[in-house]
Design a protein around this ligand. Sequence first.
Ligand code: ZN
Length: 213
Amino acid sequence: MLKLYPAKMPFFVPFIFPSLTYAKPDSNTKIYLTFDDGPHPEITPWILMVLKKYHIKANFFCTGANIQAYPHIVKEIIAQGHQIGNHTFSHVDAWRTSHKKYIHEISETDRLLQTAGISSKLFRPPYGRLTPGLIKKIQSLNKEIEIVMWSILMGDFSRFFVPDYAISYLSHHIKAGDILVFHDNAHSFPRLKQVLEPVINTLLAKGYQFATL
Ligand SMILES: [Zn+2]
């Protein structure tokens, strides 16, 4: 069995891009669940239902296109006390997009959030890709902006994802302040569906709490 996922953020990345958030190490007993790429009309309500069942809060990094398509789900995420962050408008790759277009994608998504009455300072780049020049440009848009990466990539998008291994990996490697990435999209759902509740149960049993960023 190829054990590619879950995968920790390589230790050297925070040294290269120190102004980004990878974890919240002073968080005591908190773990941060994040769901990227939604909202999705069927999957997001399922995630919300699971979170509600356990009375826990999480973070959703949404694309502008999906915010525009499913505004009622965005409202529901907020109404249930979760956090929303910006994930560009059309899930663009920073390594293949001009700075001008990339910044426009962020601003347009921010505008949609503001129209919905949501002010969010959180941004996560699709594919975790950025460049030093782009980081500066994003940070100059708004001094308060927090670029959130992750400490553990669950790998729910991968055909090498094995639920039992993912759970046992987390029980051995999780630590307070870890930021976990899941995906709120149709491609990842078959794997997310198998693993979300077991992950929550495992971490609750270890005494962790779940929080918004
Ligand atoms: Zn994404």
